[in-house]
Design a protein around this ligand. Structure first.
Ligand SMILES: Nc1ncnc2c1ncn2[C@@H]1O[C@H](COP(=O)(O)OP(=O)(O)OP(=O)(O)O)[C@@H](O)[C@H]1O
Ligand SMILES: [Mg+2]
Length: 313
């Protein structure tokens, strides 16, 4: 066994116990009479502890250890320390298929980083209906899982949600490795993805493209960045599959593509070219609607370019 594993097994239960003990130790309310100075100090400390963030019951130990990890080498802000604590800071967005929460992962008294936790719901999925062959086509380990998906039991719905999480995590990893502008996928654990938080250090998420009214120069620049990103995807044979001004964030003037579980293989998917053309049409439509000259956002020309990049005529 590697030393790392040994430490983990030896230390994890102890750490948990120490942490719980702070709650268990709370002063008994029935205690009366005068407090000694030492007791007064001890009580003050206990109360202070009860309000520190690491003791909010919603916290959890970092789930890094048990999760699937993003591509190596990890960016240096990724916290892999087993003593790290994840603190829920609130909901960024709730949707039909997923909820995105703001999370802080930090080593008590040490480094910390903000993450976006995207949690797929075990509900009926819009995407599932849109492309019914998508999940059934994937190889499942057990026929029990296939039956559960087919009959839509709670277990089956959870498996579907997990498959979307797996698909998005894989797509983000691939795109990030290729240098495309996507959030770094830190980890996946079941139906939950932890992603690089796109926003400011104070927890303010970057706006979506749809929320912006860029001036003409910014508009040109954002369009230019978008076409470069689409070229990067096409070079891998991919298109976003659900591209719109809602699935592009803009942080410090830089675009970031998000929401990629349905990423489409232009070549292997029989409707690949259709999805590619739709993505270009949707996003170019937003730019021309905001005043970008139509000759700059020429849907046919851009689509043709991307087809060539993907190796298709
Ligand atoms: N990495 C991130 N950093 C900051 N905010 C994020 C991040 N990922 C997602 N969000 C926020 O959460 C919203 C929803 O994310 P996403 O589009 O991936 O999920 P969704 O369930 O498909 O939502 P929708 O149905 O609105 O498209 C985004 O529009 C954005 O505001
Ligand atoms: Mg979205």
């Amino acid at each position: 066994m590697r030393k790392h594993d040994f430490d983990r097994i030896e230390n994890a239960p102890v750490r948990r116990k120490q942490r719980r003990a702070r709650f268990d130790d709370e002063p008994a309310p029935a205690r009366s009479g005068r407090l000694t100075e030492a007791e007064r100090v001890r009580l003050a400390d206990l109360r202070a502890d009860a309000y520190t963030e690491t003791d909010i019951p919603g916290d959890r130990w970092s789930t890094w250890d048990a999760a699937e990890h993003g591509p190596a080498p990890h960016p240096d802000w990724v916290i892999t320390d087993l003593a790290a604590v994840d603190t829920e800071l609130g909901v960024l967005k709730t949707g039909k298929e997923a909820e995105v929460h703001l999370l802080r992962r930090g080593i008590p008294g040490g480094r910390q980083s903000l993450l976006a936790a995207k949690r797929y719901r075990a509900a009926e999925h819009r995407m599932f209906h849109r492309d019914a062959g998508y999940l059934e086509g994937r190889r499942m380990r057990r026929s029990r899982e296939m039956r559960a998906i087919a009959t839509r039991t709670a277990f089956g719905r959870n498996l579907i949600a997990e498959q979307w999480a797996v698909a998005e995590f894989a797509a983000l990893g691939r795109l990030w490795e290729a240098g495309a502008p996507v959030p770094y996928p830190v980890q996946r654990d079941g139906t939950e993805l932890l992603l690089e938080f796109v926003g400011d250090a104070d927890g303010t998420a970057a706006p979506r493209l749809a929320q912006l009214r860029p001036d003409p120069d910014e508009l040109r620049d954002l369009w230019h960045q978008t076409t470069i990103a689409l070229e990067q995807l096409a070079a891998l044979g991919l298109t976003h599959g659900d591209l719109s001004a809602y699935n592009v964030m803009v942080h410090n003037g830089q675009i970031v593509l998000i929401d990629l579980p349905q990423v489409v293989d232009i070549v292997a998917n029989p409707r690949g070219l259709e999805f590619l053309a739709r993505d270009v049409r949707n996003i170019a439509g937003w730019f021309t609607g905001r005043g970008l000259p139509a000759d700059l956002a020429d849907v046919d020309a851009v689509t043709r370019e991307l087809r060539m990049t993907a190796g298709l005529r």
